[in-house]
Design a protein around this ligand. Sequence first.
Ligand code: GRF
Length: 220
Amino acid sequence: MSDENQSKCRAVCLISGGGTNLQAIIDNIKDKSLKIDLISVISDNPAAKGLQRAEKEGIDATIFDFSSFEDRKQFDQCLEKEMVELDPDLIILAGYMKILNSSFCNSFAGKILNIHPSLLPKYKGLNTHQRVIDNQERLHGASVHFVTSELDDGPVIIQYQCNIENNDDRHTLQKKVQQGEYIIYTKAIQWFSEKRLSIESGRIYIDGAPLNEPKVIKHD
Ligand code: GRF
């Protein structure tokens, strides 16, 4: 680790797929708009394209191939053990498709962030873009939240909002929402790394003040 990195927030990123959020984080670290030390990228999926993105930048990339473990319990224990050894300040879930168990969430309480492609608490789970279209919603977006052991739960820090136009389909919506994801995730990670963002007793604080509503950035 270089001297420059010594006081930086040490982050680990968990991924399962394409890793475009990971790429945005890497790009922002490179252009210095995000001042964190990304010490490791871990994937449960050996085919995750995000692994190549990490390797290309010389970031330690580790595979915990889910299919090679005896059962879910063994996988969970190994992942938690690895994380305890890495001892990061922050765990960034970026398209990580496994639900973290309560032991993991408790061990790293207040240190895990996730990004979800909907305006939480609406549309937890999968296929959010199609579901908002099917329900004729007019507004959609993405949310960054602290992670608890409940799926896509946990207090929301910041949201990106965009209108759903008549000609939008799930592909155009995904593209629109992901552009916003890169912006709000970087903001939340940077706040956390500067110790401006925290969670205490389930309540979010930004710059020492409780956050009653998520911050919102609107698509222009
Ligand atoms: C994003 O849409 C994110 O909101 C969700 O998973 C997707 C990951 O995409 N949690 P990518 O792997 O970062 O491209």
